[in-house]
Design a protein around this ligand. Structure first.
Ligand SMILES: [Fe+2]
Ligand SMILES: [Fe+2]
Length: 231
């Protein structure tokens, strides 16, 4: 498989895991009558803002999609929709981060329950739209790229994509984001999953660093989970 396709699929896998985990955290905290875990939600939204929105989308829009468009008009409408999603979704995640902060800061306000319901609805809509975006790329766009791009196209793309990988699936280098993912993995309740992300993290430690300890950590942060009341 071309490095570009492997990198995009790896990044989709990490991102899907984080998105699904956010949805589960929200629905489970509501089901148990608890406040959402602001600390871990903040970390996951920051991740989505920091890497997939700023780097993953940029690579697709600036590098991959123009090459496909130059070789085929077959998926022009789908690519236009995906580009439009990319243009919109960074603003959307910034708004969600702000709404989450407002929810946390204004937890005593009279309108906190409505605020929380609105945030949850918008967050779940964002997650569903994002997962559908990934599905279209994987089902329509990547197979089309495999059919129409030339060897020279792939060589150019592979060189560019190898330059900047998702920190969650990066095998070497780019240590800047690693503490953030340790934080996410430490604070996320294990039964909720993040399995693909965990596997990706394990792959990122080829020298055998004991990544599993992140799941079993009993840090102070983890101990704080689920102790707040519903706003
Ligand atoms: Fe995309
Ligand atoms: Fe993508």
């Amino acid at each position: 498989m071309h490095a570009t396709l492997r990198i995009i699929r790896d990044e989709h896998s990490s991102l899907s895991a984080v998105l699904r985990s956010i949805g589960l955290l929200i629905s489970e905290s509501r089901r148990h009558g608890l406040a959402p875990d602001f600390r871990v939600l903040r970390a996951m939204l920051f991740y989505i803002d920091e890497f997939p929105e700023k780097v993953h989308h940029t690579k697709e829009t600036a590098l991959l999609f123009p090459k496909i468009r130059a070789r085929s008009a077959e998926a022009a409408a789908a690519i236009a929709r995906l580009d439009a999603d990319h243009a919109r979704s960074h603003r959307a995640v910034l708004d969600l981060q702000h709404d989450l902060l407002a929810l946390e800061m204004m937890s005593e306000a009279a309108d906190a329950p409505e605020r929380r319901a609105r945030f949850e609805k918008e967050m779940q809509a964002y997650i569903a739209a994002y997962l559908d975006h990934i599905r279209v790329e994987e089902v329509e766009i990547l197979p089309l790229a495999e059919r129409v791009l030339t060897t020279a196209d792939w060589a150019e793309l592979d060189a560019e994509f190898m330059r900047n990988r998702d920190p969650l699936t990066h095998r070497e280098g780019d240590d800047a984001f690693r503490p953030l993912f340790k934080r996410i993995l430490m604070t996320l309740p294990a039964p909720l999953g993040l399995g693909p992300a965990f596997e990706a993290l394990q792959k990122s430690y080829p020298d055998g660093e004991p990544a599993r300890s992140f799941w079993t950590s009993t840090s102070g942060e983890a101990a704080e989970r689920g102790t707040k009341t519903v706003p």
